[in-house]
Design a protein around this ligand. Structure first.
Ligand code: DGL
Length: 275
C-alpha cells in the first residue's frame, strides 16, 4: 500500500525549518518534503509565476498520494494559497487540503503582542503582496493596530549559498533590522516571515532589542497542525503513520543532501524529481 504522507513544500531549503518542527510534533506521521531548488528563489518572481510553480508542486505532491500539503513558504502562501484553495482544489482534489504558514503566524502574533505594533521581515514577494498587513487587520480581532514591513532580498541567497555567519551576511542582516526598527518605535513583536530566516537567527538576535519578541514559524505551524488534525479526523484518519521521512528536490540530490543536513541537524538522503 502507498503511504499517505503529509506533503511539505518550499521553493528551496527554507521549509526544512518548518518540517523539523512538524516531525518533532507529529513523530509517528509520514512526510514528503519537496524543495523546488531548481527554480528557487520565488521571492522576486511575479504573482503569476509563483502561482504556477506552487500549483505544479501541489499537484505533484497529490500524485505522491499526499492527502494534505503544507506550503512551508511565505512567498507561495502569500501569492498562491488562496487561489489554490478556492479555485483549484474544488476542481482537482476536493477531498484534499492545502494549508500555509501565514495564518498560523497571524494567530500567534495576535496573541503575543501587547502594544499592537508588529514588524514583518520577508521576501520582496511577501512584502509587496501586503498579505500580512491585510490578514492581521482582518484576523487579529483588533489586537494589531500597526504593521510595518521590511523586504530582505539578500537573506534567502545568503542561506541558499551557505554564506551564514560571513561579514557580508552580517552587513545585510544589520541593515534590514535597523531599517525595520526605525519604522516603528512601539513594535514589540517581529515575525521572521520567511522560512529561510530562522537559519540567520544568531545574527538577527544581535541587532533586535531584547524587549522585542522574535517569532519563528516552525513551532507555531507545527502546533497549529496538531490542533487542525485533532479537529479534522476525516483528514487525520487518511494519513499513514510509519514515521517515514522522504526528501525530494527538483535540483541535484547530492547538493540537496549536503545543504539540507545543515537545516535538519541530521544526515539527509534525497531523490531528484521532475514536477
Ligand atoms: N522560504 C520562502 C519564504 O518563506 C522564500 C524563499 C524564496 O524566495 O524562494 O518566503
Amino acid at each position: 500500500m502507498n503511504s499517505a504522507s503529509i506533503g511539505v513544500f518550499d521553493s528551496g531549503y527554507g521549509g526544512l525549518t518548518v518540517l523539523k518542527e512538524l516531525v518533532k510534533a507529529l513523530p509517528g506521521y509520514d512526510f514528503i518534503y519537496l524543495g523546488d531548488n531548481a527554480r528557487t528563489p520565488y521571492g522576486t518572481r511575479s504573482f503569476e509565476v509563483v502561482y504556477e510553480y506552487t500549483l505544479e508542486a501541489v499537484k505533484y505532491l497529490f500524485s505522491q498520494h499526499c492527502p494534505l500539503v503544507i506550503i512551508a513558504c511565505n512567498t507561495a502562501s502569500a501569492k498562491a494559497l488562496r487561489n489554490i484553495q478556492q479555485l483549484d482544489l474544488p476542481k482537482i482534489a476536493p477531498d484534499r487540503r492545502v494549508l500555509g504558514v501565514i495564518r498560523p503566524s497571524i494567530e500567534a502574533v495576535s496573541a503575543i503582542t501587547k502594544t499592537g505594533h508588529v514588524g514583518i521581515l520577508g521576501t520582496v514577494g511577501t512584502v509587496t503582496s501586503e498579505s500580512y498587513p491585510i490578514e492581521l487587520e482582518k484576523w487579529s480581532g483588533g489586537r494589531v493596530v500597526a504593521t510595518v514591513q521590511e523586504a530582505c532580498p539578500m537573506w534567502v541567497p545568503i542561506v541558499e549559498n551557505n554564506e551564514i555567519g560571513t561579514e557580508g551576511a552580517e552587513y545585510f542582516i544589520q541593515r534590514h533590522i535597523l531599517n525595520i526598527l526605525a519604522k516603528d518605535s512601539q513594535m514589540d513583536t517581529l515575525v521572521l516571515g520567511c522560512t529561510h530566516y530562522p537559519l540567520l537567527i544568531d545574527t538577527i538576535r544581535k541587532y533586535v532589542p531584547p524587549h522585542i519578541k522574535i517569532i519563528e514559524q516552525g513551532e507555531i505551524t507545527a502546533g497549529k497542525l496538531v490542533d487542525y488534525l485533532q479537529r479534522h479526523p476525516e483528514i487525520d484518519n487518511r494519513l499513514t503513520k510509519n514515521s517515514q521521512l522522504e526528501f525530494q528536490t527538483t535540483e541535484s540530490a547530492a547538493n540537496f543532501e549536503s545543504k539540507a543536513a545543515l537545516f535538519m541537524d541530521r544526515k539527509v538522503e534525497a531523490v531528484h524529481v521532475k514536477i
